[in-house]
Design a protein around this ligand. Structure first.
Ligand code: FAD
Ligand code: MLT
Ligand code: ZN
Length: 471
């Protein structure tokens, strides 16, 4: 950006949010320009931290006037390069849009600022005698605004659905500068377009979410957590179908393979719960009332193919059982920058996909190490690829260039091409971001994409919000 344009932009931003909330010190800006994986590294002239919806609206208006692009950023735990400025955009941090501003214990609802962490929302819900239905391992850093912007899934979609299913309303500033606000928590409200539903999963491309109204689910009663060892993924798919029928309060069914379990043990120093490590493990959790322990035990007894079982009925032991699943992301990241593919595969094709994908990947990248885990109950697999020789240079721009880009494309073709051929989705829960932008047109129809472009043009006519994400 030319000097005079930069100076004028910084003046405008400072006049809205105050000098101390326009960060330009390169050491401070640095943490906002690299993503959680380290695979996407950009640059930015400034990080602006508005403290209210009105300030967000003024920031958007100033940027619109001067055609300056913005990247909304919450906890920066996104995994598809959508929350970092890869083309020199200004970062709009939601860190000051925090606070749980209203809890309605009778209705089982709360209102939270976009910058509040998921864990803080979970605590506020528990404090009111309820529970928030979304949970994921990045809970202490991911913001509630980020989870809405990505329609985050996580560990309990099987029972409670994705973030969109909890969302009763949002307050947001659109790319036009208009403020939309519907936080009354009306369960039934058919007055026109569902703007909250539209903004949910829009990845910061249509508006900046500033506050959200969430529905809560009943507080947990007796809970049973179990790690189940099996011989094959086909056995695991069949077991999960059986458990869903036999244990109606089942809310998590997560897949772990032997390589991943051993990696987690190596990288974290925690001894595996199931030893010897079985070829396949499924981590399940059922949450009463009523107490699901006997129903789970009976269902496991009745199912052939179960090799080993560990059970926890208290919270500390449950954490130990969950470790092998939840620590995958961290353990893989310790090997270097992974290529991450987050896909849904239709249930009848899932076992064959898990069996065949490693060979498809190694056919184009013989050194690749392939790690597969994920949310088996939702058909959502995480296929992660690392290379012993290191990851190659990080992605520094919105377009793919150079040798690393070519290798990446061949692996993406192998994994995502297969997903599309199988009738799955190239993004189950992380979003399209910049990472999978070229895949949107291969997954969605021309009509779908045209509809999305029309919405983008209407709500962000100057293309200033996350211009390199999604479309
Ligand atoms: P960011 O990373 O800051 O941003 C993500 C996207 O949302 C960007 O496009 C950004 O521009 C946009 N955005 C952020 N805030 C706003 C806002 N207020 N208004 C408009 N746009 C905004 N994801 C899952 O779905 N399920 C999982 O199980 C899961 N597990 C994870 C485990 C680990 C260890 C890690 C590191 C990540 C995991 N994720 C998971 C991914 C990530 O946590 C989610 O995508 C989360 O929703 C991102 O929230 P954030 O606040 O960090 O958003
Ligand atoms: C998970 O389910 O653990 C996450 O989505 C994170 C990941 O894919 O690494
Ligand atoms: Zn996940």
């Amino acid at each position: 950006m030319e000097d005079h344009r930069l100076r004028s932009m910084l003046r405008a931003l400072r006049s809205v949010v105050g000098e101390e909330h326009v960060l330009v010190d390169p050491d401070v800006v640095a943490s906002h320009v690299v993503d959680w994986t380290g695979g996407f590294v950009g640059s930015s002239p400034a990080v602006v931290r508005p403290g209210s919806t009105d300030e967000v609206a003024e920031v958007v208006a100033a940027c619109r006037r001067d055609r300056i692009a913005l990247v909304p950023q919450g906890g920066n735990t996104g995994l598809v390069g959508g929350g970092v400025p890869l083309a020199g955009e200004v970062v709009l941090s939601t860190s000051r849009l925090a606070g749980i501003t209203e809890v309605d214990a009778d209705a089982g609802q709360l209102t939270a600022g976009a910058g509040e962490t998921l864990a803080a929302v979970q605590r506020a819900a528990a404090g009111a005698g309820w529970r928030y239905g979304v949970d994921l391992a990045a809970r202490d850093s991911a913001t509630i605004g980020g989870t809405v912007a990505t329609n985050a899934g996580g560990l309990r979609v099987l029972r409670h659905g994705t973030t969109r299913h909890q969302l009763l309303g949002v307050e947001a500033v659109l790319g036009t500068g208009d403020v939309v606000s519907r936080l009354g928590g009306l369960v039934k409200d058919n007055t026109g377009y569902d703007l909250a539903g539209l903004l949910c999963g829009s990845e910061g491309t249509l508006g900046v979410v500033t506050r959200v109204r969430l529905a809560l689910v009943p507080a947990p009663g007796p809970t049973v957590t179990s790690l189940i060892g099996l011989a094959t993924v086909a056995d695991a798919v069949s077991l999960v179908g059986h458990l869903r029928r036999a244990v109606p309060t089942l809310e998590a069914a997560e897949l772990v393979l032997a390589d991943g379990a051993r990696l987690v043990a190596e990288q974290t120093g925690v001894v595996p719960v199931l030893d010897p490590v079985p070829p396949v493990q499924v981590a399940v959790e059922a949450v009463g009332p009523p107490d699901p322990t006997d129903a789970l035990a009976a269902a496991l007894e009745a199912h052939p193919g179960v090799l080993d079982v560990a059970v926890a009925t208290d919270a500390a032991r449950a954490v130990a059982l969950w470790h092998v699943r939840e620590a995958h992301t961290e353990a893989i990241a310790r090997l270097g920058v992974p290529r991450k593919y987050d896909v849904t595969v239709p249930s009848p094709r899932l076992a064959r996909f898990v069996e065949q994908v490693p060979d498809l990947i190694r056919a184009v990248d013989p050194d690749a190490q392939v790690w597969i885990f994920g949310h088996l109950g939702d058909g959502n697999l995480h296929v992660n690829v690392t290379t012993p020789s290191g990851p190659g240079p990080p992605r520094t721009g919105p377009l793919r260039t150079g040798r690393a880009g070519v290798a990446r494309d061949a692996v993406a073709d192998a994994v995502l091409g297969r997903v599309v051929a199988d009738g799955g989705s190239v993004s189950a829960e992380h979003g399209i971001g910049t990472a999978k932008r070229s895949w949107l047109v291969r997954d969605r129809s021309a009509g779908d994409v045209a509809g999305m472009r029309a919405i983008k043009a209407a709500l962000d006519p100057d293309g200033i919000l996350n211009p390199n994400v999604l479309l």
